[in-house]
Design a protein around this ligand. Structure first.
Ligand code: MF3
Ligand code: CO
Ligand code: CO
Length: 308
């Protein structure tokens, strides 16, 4: 996820998710790129992939989706988030691939992100033991032959509250509403508008501090993909060949977030209430959006989440 603030001060946390101050991270690079406070040009300056490159992304995302399917049976009461991380590392390394998060921005310490309950995103795996009634987002990013696949799912652990169930359903359906809303040459803002239309039917909030992103040879690249109707980044056009993520985070209470002071990564809701998220990597083709990270065993469009 990338930070959406357009007016980052030098001492704000960088948009890239590194947890570092903007001045120590992307401030210099950004000043060479788009001039501050000007909307991005309407003509896309995003990377467009040719057919060979699209196939490379299809492969990377397919591997990432397979890993998600491998993990799903392990997401049960009693497992630690650290153990989930070990499973991710072993599965990936034994196939000769790379976990993109390890060492990301020279500091992320794990092979995936595990974000239970009031963790919005970037949860660092550790000693936390999953309990009956938890919800937990697992976010996986695998590098296959130099290309990145990125996706996440929120899992229900045992029997969860009705409120949690509704929140998870809302975040899943919001992601799909956005996917369904876009066509070749759609504007990025249509993603945020679709999410607002859908999530707006609930009494929940949409996180603005972190957003989707272009993806390919780099983990995070242009375009920015805000999950709210952002006039600033929303003018970008989704031309065929552009690859990006849609990953809305929906909160039960406030949309505001805070970063853990100790690990510098874990993002919590400011009010300690639940947060849920789903993420797919999407390729815009000449015919419409292609979801590259669809799993075989996981929820598909239209899925209804229930207590088993
Ligand atoms: N996978 C996250 C995303 O969807 C980014 C995680 S970066 C990390 O963009 F360093 F926190 F792992
Ligand atoms: Co992402
Ligand atoms: Co991700």
């Amino acid at each position: 996820m990338r930070d959406t603030k357009t007016r980052l001060g030098p001492n704000d946390v960088c948009w890239c998710g590194s947890g570092r101050k903007y001045k120590k991270c992307h401030m210099a690079a950004d000043s060479h790129a788009t001039p501050a406070l000007e909307p991005e040009p309407k003509k896309s300056n995003a990377i467009r992939l040719d057919e060979t490159e699209r196939n490379a992304m299809r492969r990377a995302c397919g591997v990432n989706a397979e890993l998600m399917d491998y993990l799903r049976d392990f997401i049960q009461p009693g497992i630690t988030t650290k153990r989930i991380d070990e499973l991710v590392a072993d599965w990936t390394h034994s196939r000769g691939h790379i976990c993109a998060t390890l060492g990301y921005r020279k500091s992320y310490p794990a092979h995936c992100c595990t974000s239970p309950n009031d963790v919005v995103c970037h949860g660092v795996p550790g000693s936390y033991v999953l309990r009956d009634g938890d919800i937990i987002n697992v976010d996986l990013t695998t590098i296959v032959d130099g290309w990145h696949g990125d996706q996440s799912e929120t899992f229900l652990v045992g029997k969860v509250s009705d409120e949690a169930l509704r929140l998870v359903q809302c975040s899943f359906d919001s992601m799909w509403a956005a996917i369904d809303a876009i066509r070749p040459f759609s504007k990025v803002i249509e993603i945020g508008q679709a999410i607002k239309r859908h999530a707006g039917q609930y009494d929940f909030s949409v996180v603005e501090d972190y957003q989707g992103h272009g993806i390919g040879r780099q983990f995070h690249q242009r375009p920015h993909i805000p999950h709210f109707p952002d006039r600033f980044h929303g003018q970008q056009i989704l031309e065929p060949g552009v690859c990006f993520t849609i990953e809305p985070m929906i909160n039960l209470g406030t949309k505001r977030t805070r970063v853990d002071r100790k690990d510098g990564w874990t993002v919590y809701t400011a009010d300690g209430k639940l947060s849920a998220q789903f993420e797919h990597t999407i390729l815009m083709t000449e015919h419409g959006p292609e979801v590259l990270t669809q799993t075989k065993r996981g929820p598909r469009k239209g899925h209804r989440f229930t207590n088993a």
